[in-house]
Design a protein around this ligand. Structure first.
Ligand code: SAM
Length: 259
């Protein structure tokens, strides 16, 4: 089956074959007592490494792959080292994916990667994320203020912890090769997303990234109030959204929402 499985595009199936990247993922795993949640184990190449280190609960949408994994990991499943949930992870995921502390370690399906990361950042049981995703998306989550990719996703990541890129991965590391570059992103959480209004403010702040922050925020808040808040924080009225730090976004939020 391993060699027979035809990758299904609709499920974002690009299997990671480069062992050096698999080693790097395992090396970067946070050292703690959390179990592992793996989304999209696929043909189990990463899963093999993960079950060697920790207990794993995996979610796989493709029923053909579920059958294959159930055969391939019979022993680990019998001993309880590995649990495989067959189905769409987004349907299984209520506010918590698992009922105990876990780290998410996965080569994610790219078509839902941002959604999955945002859900994990909101999930109080998720401690850390170590995920292979499209490089462009990884750069958005890990950008620092002042960098061109710094946006709402960067502020959200910095609000709940620290984000960094562990390694860049070229298309040739996968079979079939994806059309985009990839990267492994590590987010170490110290808190979870829990403020929708703050995130609505961020969305407004970055609506038109090249316009001034003052102009963008004035679509949601009184123009004069925005001007006064920027002045109070010593921020220029012509500052662009990507030039403002996460700490200043939190201060702006307090001033604009009278918190
Ligand atoms: N982990 C494997 C590897 O590294 O080779 C496969 C990674 S592949 C990029 C993504 C995997 O996610 C596929 O196995 C795909 O079937 C699975 N998948 C796609 N959508 C899913 C969903 N909604 N829920 C659970 N698994 C999903």
């Amino acid at each position: 089956m391993n060699n027979e499985h035809v990758a299904k595009k609709k499920f974002g199936q690009n299997f990671l074959k480069d062992r050096s990247v698999l080693y790097k993922i395992v090396e970067a795993m946070p050292n703690n007592d959390n179990i592992i949640a793996e989304i999209g184990p696929g043909l189990g190449d990463l899963t093999k490494f993960l079950v060697d280190v920790k207990s794993v609960v995996a979610f796989e949408v493709d029923t053909d792959l579920c059958q294959y994994l159930n055969r391939e990991f019979k022993e680990e499943i019998t001993t309880g080292r590995l649990t495989i949930n067959c189905g769409d992870v987004l349907e299984a995921w209520q506010s918590e994916l698992l009922d105990e502390p876990y780290d998410l370690v996965a080569n994610l399906p790219y078509y839902i990667a941002t959604n999955i990361i945002l859900k994990a950042l909101a999930d109080p049981h998720c401690g850390n994320l170590l995920v292979m995703i499209q490089r462009e998306v990884a750069e958005k989550f890990s950008a620092a203020p002042g960098e061109k990719n710094f946006g709402a996703l960067s502020v959200i990541a910095q609000t709940v912890g620290e984000a960094e890129i562990v390694v860049h991965v070229p298309p040739e590391a996968f079979d079939p090769a994806p059309k985009v570059d990839s990267a492994v992103l590590l987010i170490k959480k110290t808190a979870s997303r829990n403020d929708e209004v703050f995130e609505l403010m961020l969305k407004t702040a970055f609506t038109q990234p090249r316009k001034t922050l003052h102009k963008n925020l004035s679509a949601r808040y009184d123009k004069e109030k925005v001007r006064a808040a920027l002045e109070q924080l010593g921020l220029s009225p012509s500052i662009r959204p990507h030039q403002v730090s996460t700490a200043d976004y939190h201060q702006l939020y307090k001033l604009l929402e009278n918190i």
